[in-house]
Design a protein around this ligand. Sequence first.
Ligand SMILES: C[S@@+](CC[C@H](N)C(=O)[O-])C[C@H]1O[C@@H](n2cnc3c(N)ncnc32)[C@H](O)[C@@H]1O
Length: 351
Amino acid sequence: MLNELPPDLAPVTRHLRAMFGSRLLIATVSHFHVFDILQQESLSLTEISNKLQLAERPAMVLFPALCAMDLLRFDEAGNLALTETGRYLATAEKSNIAGYVGLEKDDPGVVDMVERLRNDGLLEAPQGISFVKEGEGFSPMDDPELARNLTLGLAGRARRLSPIVASKLSKREGHLLDVAGGTGFYTYEWLLNNPGSTATILDRPAVLNVAQELLNEFIDSDRPGATGLRDRVTFLAGDMLTDTLPQTDLLLAASLFHDWPTETCQMLANRFSSAIRPGGELWVHDAFLNDALDGPLAVTDYSAQLFWNTKGRCYSRAEYRGWFTKAGLLPTSDTISTQMDYGLIWARKPL
Ligand SMILES: C[S@@+](CC[C@H](N)C(=O)[O-])C[C@H]1O[C@@H](n2cnc3c(N)ncnc32)[C@H](O)[C@@H]1O
């Protein structure tokens, strides 16, 4: 167990991700004119998405963000309506500040965000998409230099969060499968807390080269029990979307689902469920939208960042639990916070 938690660096990650939320706001006011449309009449999420010709993913990024900013709200009928503050972004309102917001409308980040919202992401991605390996196309996760940079970019976050996550995961003897495990830090910390257990880290080969180096550093760190880790960790190079997954007692999906669209998330939940032994557990460490899809702001900003960089977005706990249930798992109602606006949820495989 951790005796004392290190300071939460959420103020840093919130400012980092706010840039993407700002782009959404300016795009909405000055390019999509959402406030003018909703000033006429409140509309359901589907109706406004259809009117703007937005696909499901951009709509599920944009509208929760505008609710979190307290500019839109879901009314009693479940339709999106302007809030008291949001009224002043409609041009029909005499003292509106839509023009003031619009001074930034030609900012390259805003213009790019508008395009991505319209096209549900990049129209073409010859350089591949960060953190994503799907099919035969080029993936940065299979390029030695790009995979190293991206994996090391996540190392600081994983180093800080992994001791907290490991202290909250179940303690048990058995096997942990850390799917898309990246640096492997979540596994290393969990194994220190569970000396009778073993683990497999599944990821792309170029990522696992970096993870192996980080394990060597971890072992050399003089942490009690660290030397025994080498014999307890297996590195498994593979494709989680297509390869048969090894059977396990615990499966960890850390910052994994948020890189993928909804259909892939359901497919992954099904695959993970098949890999978990009866009585085993699926744990998800991620940042979750409110089930009402109206915030929190830190997560809607993060969702905008993920929309920009990956094939995914942030999802609500209700969305995750829906996938788990369809995959034959029993979701628990636990919601456990870690740091930097992340948390844990988990589900059990029936005996
Ligand atoms: C956002 S990172 C998360 C890494 C780690 N779980 C963490 O929280 O630090 C996503 C990981 O998914 C891996 N990944 C992407 N597509 C994959 C695939 N098809 N099969 C296996 N791993 C994949 C990437 O290589 C990357 O390491």
